[in-house]
Ligand binder design. Structure first.
Ligand code: C2E
Ligand code: CA
Ligand code: CA
Length: 720
């Protein structure tokens, strides 16, 4: 039977296939940009629905376009089944195609599935028509229809695959092209498939069960397809519009963001610039502050800084009852050098002076430059004028050293005025004024000298300073010697021992008594050297007397306060005993009451250590201090020496007599040797002998004499 087609229906069927493909491709392109998996699934389902419905609608409209001589009816069940097949297969095919990776195998599977779907849909659709006799098929054309479906749908899908990476306009063109090929593929397959079908002439349609006649089918298919496609198309368009808008927003947001970032960077830069400026300002303010308080040439504190230091120091000294010393130093020949050599040389000299003065001071002392050639030194917590004099003398000495400027030697001297707080003034002005007056006094007295503002101190200090300077070299020059005063046993009248007493014979000053130089040695700490020498010399002498056959003599050596307080005293003594070969039990160390009264516990320890070394301990000048009986009882002492003050009044003064008797009695009780000193008369000796005093010493027997004189005495018969 010749098949004839209604042309406008053929056109419509093709148009529907193309339009459905376009809508489906449009929808599937939304999957990639969907905001969630659920939305993506919706887009896939919609796409499948459109594609499936399109294929299905194309098929039935194509069937309607075929003019058949007999009336036809379609099986309802098979019609619906064919619709489901078309939708399902389209969905699966599009799903495969739409996976993230773009492998060719994926495209091939997708194309094959789609082609299979179209073919299956077509032949199931054909099965909705049942004829008698049955429809026959031309196998060659069936094959051609299959090939058309496979090739065209694979091609169409491959085009659609590129849509994803294309820009908007290009993507629309690609979608249209893909849709056109897809539509033609569906239609091509259908009409080739129809050409393969042969309805025998005179065949009758015998479709049974629920049937649809052609008129209803046409309306149903057209209506459903149109509604669905139109809705889907509209939806996809709205969505793509929204997506475009949101991407526009994203772009705008990105731009705003970039602007913000740029602003932030600018802000950061401005910030760091600001910080730099602030730091610079702080630095320059610090510099200004530094310059305000420091001398530009020497970098020493200036007058302003000195004022604030002095204010603070005065407050502190007031609170703690301490003494401050202000030394005003003025160079003597500076003006001449400045005028003849120029300012640069003058500056160099001042710098050098500043450095030299600084080296004479302790870290805590303050040195300032008042201007010109005037410097001020502030000494805090000075305990004696001698200590201040030492510093002043040091400064004078360094100023006298030659200065070398431009390879030329210069000599300058300094004059120093000293004022003391609180003695000379209570504030900065008063102290500076006094120091100034004192400085001019030093200049008037011939320069290169220091003067205290207070005259009395001057004499004292100058004398002391001179003595100290001499004392330092006295030992080296062998001006110091030991004299020995015999101690006589009662009633035997035999010399049982000696007290070693230090003597200083100065070439100009003559004999300087220990009462003058021992306190000075204490102040300047020269006493340690002197004291150690005294013990060593006495031990050496005692050993010499023994070797000369004068028998064993006790030698008593006096200890000074700071010697007694020296931690290493017992070690020094042990070393001396060892080096001289002195018998420790023959060495007696004399200490006064005041030495152990102050810090009893420590003193006890010292005495115990000395006792461990084997030496004897005597309490000197006993009775003048205030040691109690219980103190004495607890001390491991060997000898009590009754002070000369009590002996002087003997025997007439009843009080002295009473005290002397009491001391002797106490000594007996404590089981110590009692010695009376400064015994000058026979009557005194007799009284002491009657009172059972163990030993006596004094001018009555002998003054302190040289070692040689004492040797002679030892050789002579006893004093008895
Ligand atoms: P001191 O320990 O009380 O010494 C006794 C002092 O009395 C000695 O004075 C001595 O010459 C003096 N003297 C002796 N017999 C008589 C006398 O009959 N009449 C009078 N009026 N005086 C007499 P000196 O030698 O001038 O010593 C004075 C003080 O110097 C000593 O007092 C002692 O404390 C200290 N001294 C002497 N030599 C040393 C020493 O080597 N080291 C230490 N640390 N101090 C010493
Ligand atoms: Ca003594
Ligand atoms: Ca004494």
């Amino acid at each position: 039977m010749e098949s004839q087609y209604e042309p406008w229906l053929v056109m419509l069927s093709i148009a529907i296939a193309v339009f459905a493909s376009f809508v489906a491709f449009n929808l599937i392109s939304r999957v990639a940009v969907a905001r969630s998996r659920r939305i993506a699934a919706c887009w896939l389902a919609g796409s499948a629905l459109c594609m499936g419905t399109g294929i299905w609608a194309m098929h039935f409209i194509g069937m309607l376009a075929l003019k058949l001589p007999m009336p036809v009816a379609y099986g309802l069940g098979m019609t619906l089944l064919s619709l489901l097949i078309a939708i399902g297969v389209s969905g699966y095919s599009l799903h495969i195609l739409n996976r993230a990776s773009n492998r060719p195998s994926q495209l091939l599977v997708s194309g094959t599935v789609m082609a299979g779907g179209i073919i299956a849909m077509h032949y199931v659709g054909m099965a909705t028509l049942t004829f008698n006799p049955a429809i026959t098929y031309d196998p060659l054309l069936v094959l051609v229809s299959i090939l058309i479906a496979a090739a065209a749908s694979t091609g169409a899908l491959s085009i659609n695959q590129r849509v994803r990476s294309a820009r908007l306009a290009a993507s629309l063109r690609l979608k249209l092209l893909g849709a056109l090929i897809m539509g033609l593929s569906i239609a091509g397959m259908h009409y080739t498939g129809m050409a393969a079908a042969h309805i025998p002439a005179g065949a009758v349609c015998i479709t049974e069960g629920g049937v649809l006649n052609a008129w209803w089918l046409a309306w149903a298919v057209g209506g459903i397809a149109f509604l669905l496609l139109a809705t889907s198309f509209h939806l996809s368009m709205v969505d793509s519009y929204l997506a475009a808008r949101s991407s526009q927003h994203t772009l705008e947001l990105e731009k705003v963001n970039a602007d913000l970032e740029r602003n932030a960077a600018e802000l950061l830069q401005a910030n760091s610039q600001l910080r730099q400026e602030i730091e610079e300002r702080i630095r320059s303010e610090q510099k200004v502050a530094y310059l305000a308080y420091h001398d530009t040439l020497t970098s020493l504190p200036n007058r302003r800084m000195l004022s604030s230091h002095l204010l603070h120091a005065v407050n502190q000294a007031q609170r703690h009852g301490k003494t401050l010393a202000l030394l005003l130093i003025d160079l003597d020949r500076f003006k001449t050098i400045n005028d003849t050599m120029g300012h640069e040389a003058g500056d160099q000299l001042l710098l050098e002076v500043a450095t030299r003065i600084r080296h004479c001071l302790r870290e805590s002392d303050i040195i300032a430059r008042l201007g010109g050639d005037e410097f001020v030194v502030l000494l805090e917590d000075v305990d004696t004028p001698a200590a201040i004099a030492v510093v002043a003398e040091k400064i004078l000495a360094v100023a006298r050293w030659p200065f070398v400027i431009d390879k030329q030697e210069f000599y300058v001297t300094a004059s120093i005025g000293v004022s003391l707080f609180p003695r000379d003034g209570q504030n900065e002005q008063a102290l500076l004024r006094c120091a100034d007056i004192a400085m001019y006094k030093a200049k008037d007295d011939g320069k290169n000298a220091f003067r205290f503002y207070c005259n009395e101190l001057n004499e004292h200090a100058i004398e002391k300073l001179a003595l100290e300077t001499y004392l330092r070299t006295a030992i080296e020059r062998q001006e110091i010697s030991m004299h020995y005063q015999p101690k006589v046993g009662l009633p035997s009248g035999r010399i049982v021992g000696v007290e070693a007493l230090m003597r200083w014979t100065h070439p100009k000053l003559g004999i300087v008594p220990p009462s003058r130089f021992i306190p000075l040695a204490e102040e300047t700490r020269l006493i340690h050297q002197l004291g150690r020498w005294a013990i060593e010399e006495s031990c050496r002498q005692a050993v010499a007397w023994r070797e000369q056959g004068h028998g064993e003599l006790n030698v008593a050596v006096n200890l000074s306060v700071s010697q007694f307080g020296d931690e290493g005293l017992h070690r020094d003594i042990a070393a001396i005993l060892h080096s001289t070969g002195m018998d420790p039990t023959r060495l007696e160390l004399e200490i006064t009451e005041s030495m152990f009264m102050d810090r009893f516990e420590e003193s006890l320890k010292t005495i115990q250590r000395l006792k461990e070394a084997g030496v004897r301990i005597a309490v000197d000048d006993f009775g003048t201090g205030f040691s109690s009986l219980s103190t004495l009882k607890n001390l491991p002492i060997d000898t009590l020496k009754i002070d000369g003050a009590f002996v002087r009044g003997l025997p007439a003064d009843a009080k002295d007599a009473g005290i002397t008797r009491a001391i002797v009695a106490m000594g007996k009780t404590l089981n110590v040797t009692v010695v009376a000193e400064a015994v000058e008369t026979e009557a005194q000796r007799d009284f002491l002998q009657a009172a059972s005093c163990d030993q006596v010493q004094g001018y009555y027997y002998s003054k302190p004499v040289t070692a040689a004189q004492l040797s002679d005495m030892l050789a002579a018969p006893s004093f008895a």
